[in-house]
Design a protein around this ligand. Sequence first.
Ligand code: FPP
Length: 249
Amino acid sequence: MTTQPQHLTILPPDLDIQRIPRHVAVIMDGNGRWAKQRNLPRIMGHQRGVDTLKDLLRCCKDWGIQALTAYAFSTENWGRPLPEVDFLMTLFERVLRREINEMIDEGVQIHFVGDLHCLPASLQAEIERAMEATQHNQKIQFVVATNYGGRREIIQACRAIATQASQGQLNPEDIDEALFERHLYTAGICDPDLLIRTSGEMRVSNFLLWQVAYAEIYVTETLWPDFDRRAFHQALLQYQQRHRRFGRL
Ligand code: FPP
């Protein structure tokens, strides 16, 4: 991992501590292009992307952000070449095993969201172990969206609610936003205030469709492996210049 300049380990003074987002979500795009620019195999981009994510998590903790969600693997990513999919699954497992003790020591509470049952059994076991081992940690919530699709999440919530209604356990009149949210994978986690997408693409790509309803969106040309604390600082500066109206005047 690259070492960050000392002065960025604390909140930069030009950021308003009162207006730090509670929850930041990231679409980590551009790993393949980063590798291609260096004549490296695509997987090297993913490998480097893990270091970037690790430092961003630490930075969020250092700067007082309560939750970070990262889009690690979408329901559509199964369509990538098999060796790349296999590499990613093995990478997730390896990183979890390698980082778990540090996460415990640093107070990280890790969650995985998505359709986890389709993941390799050994990865599922590692995920379960990590979530259980960190469940009482309180410094920061780290949410990893794996085999995640926003539409699939909404459909599974609808199914669960419809089942309860059909069994007479729920009156359809009682379905409101709060009840619906309790059936999402992200139940109990506040909505993102800031959604960052690297590598310049202006798409949400089926990520947190319900949860980003009022998030500020920041797109940067920087490729994910290069998204360091300086780049994050720029994102937060721009976020703090936005006037969040939530539909009001
Ligand atoms: C998108 O870049 C990146 C991914 C699909 C994978 C991101 C995963 C990681 C960085 C690993 C995270 C690890 C853990 C344990 C949470 P791309 O391949 O689409 O890049 P391209 O658009 O340049 O091809």
